[in-house]
Every structure is written in structure tokens, then in C-alpha cells.
Write a new protein. Sequence first.
Length: 587
Amino acid sequence: MDRITRRSLLQLGAAAIPVSRIVAQGISSRGVKPQARGKFSGLPFNAKFVDVGTQAGLNAPLIYGPDDHKDYILETLGCGCAFIDYDNDGWIDIFLLSGTRMDSDPPGATNRLYHNNRDGTFTDVTEKAGLLHTGWAVGVCVGDYNNDGFDDLFVTNWGQNILYRNNGNGTFSDVTKETGLLHEKTLWGSGCTFVDYDRDGNLDLFVATYLDFDKARVPRPGQNANCNWKGIPVNCGPRGLPPGANFLYHNNGDGTFTDVSAKSGVSKAKGSYCLTAAAADFDNDGWPDVYVACDSTPSFLLKNNHDGTFTDIGLETGVALNEDGMEQAGMGLGIGDYNCDGNLDILKTHFADDTAVLYKNDGKGNFEDVTNSAGLGVETRYVSWGAGMFDLDNDGNPDLMWVSGSVYPEIEKKLPSYPFKDPRILFRNLGNGKFEELLDQAGPGIATPHASRGCAFGDFDNDGDVDVLIMNLGEPPSLLRNDLTGNAHSLKVKLVGVKSNRSAIGARVIVRYGGKLQAQEVLSQASYCSVNDLRLHFGLGSANKADIEVRWPCGGTERIVGVGADHIITIREGSGVVKTEAFQKRS
């Protein structure tokens, strides 16, 4: 078969994808072999990750269907999690999603909120907060939709999505119906993101759905070609099942939303199995776009046209498919500036026998697949999910990390080379456009296998490095504490909008340090249907000062020169730095 390129796809259309590829199995995978690993650099990596979840009090397992088999695709996808400072005390708390089982709701199957005790431990405050809920939760996004100064939660489910208003007193209220977000029929909500797409200072809401799932109509494992993997009967899909749709809700500024999916053109992006959504300004025009990772189908890049409408430009910009013009099983997204050129790049995770893909942004919203040239092609073993592009060792160069875990617990007995539980994947940035995979050098929290799904990146102990929260099927979550050594500096930036939305979702921060610059944006969702710490983290290497430029969502710009390293600084729109806190020293 001739090599299919993105250019030929644009010339020939969807017909360029062979029918055999579409119907061969339920999940897309290129079946590529890994690149040969080069000689290890031997450079030190000062970040070491230790799982402290149990001692932190995160003991409830994630229930998501049976542990030893998965009859339905609904039981396989798992869910996300969030770092959120829901009480504004300066310490990020933890919100965990949950599934259930088809036959009944087992004890303990609920979403959970954990309050940060500021001593490395957390307290379960779910019931007190009013967040008990049993069902099939998938995704979460965070943002202050009513601009009252407290971040709210939106949760997607198979069934009914839910908007939880933060009441500012440690409790939340389900305001889905009164805000106009109730939908009549059963949908499989997946990715979601708050986004001020019209820059009016109010957060709007983008919601993706995965597929149309009806237990009574879904084929049984092995029943057709979409229900087999490597000749072994497995749960069916996503191919062969009706794909989902995308929705956009406009914030009316009075606590309600209006469905503008058709009017905005968002509903035209269809035919794909949508998962994680991330809203950011990918073409540097000052307006937020929306990128949606799609499973086994082309991913969407919805360009903001500045007039309330969006156009899908994923194919022509290079982020719908891989460099060979092939569909991939898009799961999770890491958004950041890996090469420190001021542009937002994209890391997207995929299925086993395929690579994760790294797309380099040229600054105009066009992307180049640099997966192999960057060194990521050495890893193809695992089904990969939540991902992040963060400077884990504070050397000034953002690293890449993602979590993994199979969707087929039945496969391992017949194919031991495809285990259900897998290690986490970490590629350290060598600073020259290339990455190096660390197998055992980053601590037991990376090497220990789990069947992981969503993950969130943030500094739960405020010590100046990036920790990782991870959802594990059938097990309690992992909380990977980063025990960073060395003398590298860092800086955290918390933004508070005034004219812009209070959460500053969509704000762009460029930090200049030691002759480098790096761009980041405040994201309402990333990773796999999860939420990272809204405070932006910048490793500075040996630099002890940095210059900061903030472009606010409503368009204004502020510059702050000579900010001292090793602090959390709070910047209020129009007022500059209003608070400075030194990092906590670990005893």
C-alpha cells in the first residue's frame, strides 16, 4: 500500500483512507515498530517521583466496571481528575471522578472531593461539600462561570452532565437545570472546557460527546470485526458505533447558558469519537481556539473566527492525523511550549503499537509532526492516556509525561506482551529539540505499573516543583510527590481576572529567564479529561529572576520585570503583583 500523506488526504478527501483500515478493528492503531534507542546521555535527572497517595489519605479505589473483564466500551475509558483550590486558601485540593458497574452501584462508587490539610495529607469532604454522585463520570473542567471568585466544576457523564456551582462556603450546588445545561436524552459526555470564546469576560462552555451508547443495542465481544483485537474477542467499539457530537453553550452573564452549537458552527465538527478538549490560542491571534483529541478518527482543531463562529481546520493545519495521514486513537493532550519559542505545541497520546505524537507549532497555527525526530518513536508499547508538558526537574526545559494502561484485561492471559497494568512514561527534554525516555531513573512512582487513565499536574505541597495525581482502574489514585534535588529555580504564576473572567482561563503568560522564553496558558481542561493546577509553573534552571508578560483573555497586556525566583506570585488584572509567597521547604 502506498504511503498516505496529509497532502494526499487534502487532495483526495476522506476516500484516501482505505476501507480495510476503517473496519479492521474497533480501535485505530498504526501497528508501528519502535525506533531503536540511542545511547543514554548519562545526564542527571533530579526529579524523583514517589507515590504518597495512601499516606496522603487517598484510599478509595476507582470503580469502573469489573476488574477482570470489560464487556462494554463504557467500562474501559475510565475518567479524569482535577487539582482545584475550591476554598481559595492557596493550597490545591483534589477532585476525583468515579464510575460504577452495570448490574448495581457498589458501595464507595462516588465522585470525591479531598481538602488539602497543608501537611501532605487530605481529608474526604465529599458529603459535606454536596458532591456525592454515583454514575459513569468521564471528564471534568474547572472555571468560575459566574465570576464570584470561586472556581466551579462541570462534570461530564454517560447520562446527564452536571454543573456544580461553588457556593464559596465549602459546598457546591447542582445548578444544571437552572443554568440551561440539562439535556433530554442520554449522552456520553467526554471532554469539556470553559472558554471565553467571545472575550466578553464570561466563561462559555464547550462540551464533547464520545459516541451514542445503548447497552441493549451494542454487539457483544467477538460479535463482529469491531469486537476483536489481534484475533481475541473484546468489547466493541468505538468503530462500528455512532459517533458523538460537539456542543457550545454561550454564557448569558446572568447565570444561564444558551446552546449556540449550530449558530457557532461547532456542531459541524462531527463524525469523530471525541475525548479530551483543550481551549487555547494556537495561532497567536489573541482569540481562543478549541482542540479535541478524537479516538480512531480525525481530531478537530476549531479555529475561532472572532465573530462567534468556529471552523474545523485540523486537516490543513496538520493536527487531525499523523504525518503519514493516518488516524490515531487520540486520548489525552499535553499543551505547552516544549522548545521555548513562545508558541503552544501539542502532545497527543494514542493506543498500543503506536507512538504518542508531538506537534510543533510554527507560530501561525500550523503544526509539524516531529515525533520521530524528537525521539518519541522509541516508545510504542502501551495504551496511553493522560499527558502533560511540564518542566519536572526545573531545568528550564519542559518535559513530557503520560500515563498508560490497557483497555482489555482479558488479553494479558493470551498475549503476555500486552499487560493490563503498565508503567508511566517520562521523556526528559534534552534542550535541543530532542527527548530521552527515562525508564528507571525517575523513581518508583514512574516505574510501578497500573491501569491508569486521567492525571493532573500541580504542586500539592507548594514546594516549587510539579507533582502528579493519577487515576488507576480498580485501585486508589496515585499521588506522585516530586522529590526534587539540586539547585534549579522555579516560579509559579497565579492569575486573577477583573475585566476578564476571574479564573483567567485563556490568559497567556510568557516568562523570560536566562536567555530563554516560554509560553503557557491557563487551561480549563487538558491531560485526559482532567484539570491541572491553574497556577502556571515555570522551571527557571539557574536563573534567579524572570520577566513576565501576561496577555489577559479580554485583550489587555501587562509586563512585570525582575521577579524573584522560588515564589508563588499572584497577579491581578490591572494591578500587577498583589501577593508574593515563598515556596514551602519540605522538612
